[in-house]
Write a protein that binds this ligand. Structure first.
Ligand code: FES
Ligand code: FES
Length: 177
């Protein structure tokens, strides 16, 4: 990530921000105060990035920046210059095939109202990339940054364990004989 010298207007500094979003290039000019949440929802039409507490508490706005979960509400847009950003809209394959996490959350009832789900999917996507077979304590630890008001978390834990199974089975299918 790099911070370019700001270009000043009369009252507001703006920054040019270039990044990769779900595999496609994005280029924007944003005021210094613009958050990643504002940029993704308002300029990139990524409504799957939820806005709730907007102070880095609930995890609803979680996106991946260079594979790590980040609270979009508390990250300035100029900080993602040069980064690879992923939102829930990028999880499914181009043909609509759900990712292992999406499939597992659907199978195991990992969501009810769905408000927290995009953040949960992103944080657990990051977890499974780092450790494809996490134990329950590790899953609990990772999702502790994200609040769900509906599910009681048990079904989310089951969903992540199921996602690990599905991802493992997929890799075995794809392994050369
Ligand atoms: S909206 Fe960002 S952490 Fe709650
Ligand atoms: S499914 Fe409703 S907040 Fe989590």
């Amino acid at each position: 990530m790099s911070l370019e010298s700001p270009e000043s207007s009369q009252e507001t500094f703006t920054h040019k921000v270039e990044f990769e979003l779900n595999g496609s290039p994005e280029r924007h000019s944003v005021p210094t105060s613009t958050t990643v949440l504002d940029l993704l929802r308002n300029s990139c039409s990524k409504q799957g990035v939820r806005a709730s507490c907007e102070r880095s508490v609930c995890g609803a706005c979680t996106v991946l920046v260079d594979d790590l979960p980040v609270a979009a509400c508390s990250t300035f847009a100029f900080d993602i210059d040069g980064a690879r950003v992923e939102t829930v809209e990028g999880l499914a394959a181009q043909d609509g095939t759900l990712s292992a996490q999406q499939q597992a959350f659907r199978e195991c009832g990992g969501f009810q109202c769905g408000f927290c789900t995009s953040g949960m999917l992103m944080v657990t996507t990051a977890l499974l990339r780092q450790n494809p077979q996490p134990d329950r304590e590790e899953i609990r630890d990772w999702i502790s940054s994200n609040t769900c008001r509906c599910t009681g978390y048990e079904m989310i834990l089951e969903s992540v364990e199921r996602a690990a199974e599905l991802a493992g089975a997929k890799q075995q299918d794809q392994a050369p004989e």
